[in-house]
Ligand binder design. Structure first.
Ligand code: SAM
Length: 408
């Protein structure tokens, strides 16, 4: 810790950076500032000064507000509280919703240029029926503090913040969230509202129960603690986006098509629904419970199968062992991949590229990880020929992208 820690500075905020923070400069040094908006002048407290190249700071007072600043959608996360007592998970809640999307657009285009080596303009699309970025979260994790009380973590820390409400959550989640109750001895309380069957709680590590999610006419089962898209309209939006991203001219239902990081089979089903029940597609997922559900969720597609494996091992083994017939089916194939936040990474990109599929549809929740992987695919002969972005996480800095890459 250096001597600046805890000191307050006046800063001109100039840019937005990945991770929901803004950028300012002080005596030539970059300062990452939370809870500010580019164009503002703020008083900020230095929270980290151990690095030579940059410091971190949190906004204590806004001296010259941006025209895009508005009252925070969640008082518990807003400037009325000391930065250390602000609830995390709504770090863009003080920014007018259209401008949030503009900032997300800037973050994506900047990441694509810096890490992916491409210049591409992007529009961040609002989800249908999205009013102001509240009421969308179908899943909320609350943490238990030392007195048994519950709340979200503070931004960038594991301090539990007691809150009176959860405005980003769906009405059902808000209704059952036991915000005033105590859960001594537990670590977490999850509140979720699947699209079928009403809202419920998962207290600690209780035995998993099966729930049902509906997407259009189709139903998916999954464990209540298992992965499912969080925004109430996300599963439908991504189904539609993946179906549109696939280039028909490059799609062969008899090829070896893959749905990597497949969860309970949402995107494999999107492909099957578009190209028919004989479509061959293998979904690969590391969580055995999810794969078991995927097997059942995809039962009506005779060509679909679900495999429990870590993608990096499975795809490397395939790239190493495939015979000529298999390689031909892979070259004709379409690969959907929807990795967690860290992205697919070099090992997976290398193995996929070695198999030379006709097209890839990459669904990404982190623009920088996506851009890095795009850079790796480009070095191996693929190019982006379609990219859409969706505001799947309004009032947070997160943004989703769906990209098609084809052999150059
Ligand atoms: C972003 S989710 C996507 C799930 C699915 N495509 C969907 O939309 O519902 C990522 C999934 O990858 C799985 N996963 C994470 N790391 C993995 C790995 N190394 N290999 C295989 N699956 C992994 C997670 O369990 C999770 O289900």
């Amino acid at each position: 810790m250096g001597e600046m820690q805890g000191r307050e500075l006046e800063l001109e905020v100039t840019n937005v950076a990945h991770g929901g923070i803004s950028v300012a400069r002080h005596d030539g040094r970059v300062v990452f500032v939370s809870d500010a908006i580019p164009g503002e002048r703020v008083r900020a407290r230095i929270t980290e000064d151990s690095k030579k190249s940059f410091w971190r700071a949190e906004t204590v007072a806004v001296l010259e507000p941006s025209p895009h600043r508005r009252e925070h959608v969640w008082a518990a996360a807003g400037p009325g509280r000391d930065p250390r007592d602000r609830a995390g998970g709504a770090e863009f809640g003080h920014i007018e919703i259209g401008h949030q999307r503009e900032l997300k657009r800037q973050v994506i285009t900047d990441a694509l240029s810096r890490f992916g080596g491409i210049t591409r303009d992007v529009v961040v699309e609002a989800l249908p029926g999205e009013p102001d970025g509240t009421g969308w979260r179908t899943r909320v994790r609350l943490h238990v503090d030392e007195d048994g009380g519950i709340g979200p973590y503070a931004a960038r820390s594991h301090r539990v913040i007691r809150v009176a409400d959860l405005p980003l959550a769906t009405p059902g989640v808000r209704e059952v969230a036991p915000l005033g109750d105590r859960f001594p001895g537990e670590q977490t309380v999850d509140v979720l509202e699947p699209s079928v069957g009403g809202a419920r709680l998962i207290i600690g590590t209780q035995k998993p129960l099966t729930i049902t999610e509906r997407v259009g006419e189709r139903e998916f089962t999954l464990d209540d603690g298992g992965f499912w898209q969080v925004h109430r309209a996300a599963a439908t939006t991504l189904t539609d986006a993946v179906q549109h991203a696939i280039d028909d001219a490059l799609f062969d239902p008899r090829a070896h098509n893959l749905d990597l990081y497949g969860g309970v089979g949402l995107l494999a089903a999107a492909v099957g629904d578009r190209f028919g029940s004989a479509t061959r597609i293998t979904t690969v997922e590391s969580d055995a419970a999810a794969t078991e559900h995927a097997g059942r969720n995809l039962v009506e597609w005779v060509g679909a199968s679900a495999v429990t494996a870590r993608v990096e091992r499975w795809i490397t083994a395939l790239a190493g062992s495939a015979g000529e017939g298999e390689r031909e089916r892979m070259r004709a194939g379409t690969v959907i991949l929807d990795p967690p936040r860290a992205g697919a990474g070099a090992v997976v990109v290398e193995a996929i590229a070695a198999l030379q599929p006709a097209q890839l549809v990459y669904v990404a929740c982190d623009p920088v990880a996506l851009a890095r992987d795009i850079g790796l695919f480009r070095e191996r002969g693929y190019e982006v020929d379609d990219l859409r972005a969706f505001d799947l996480f309004p009032n947070t800095h997160h943004v989703e992208a769906v990209t098609r890459l084809v052999r150059a």
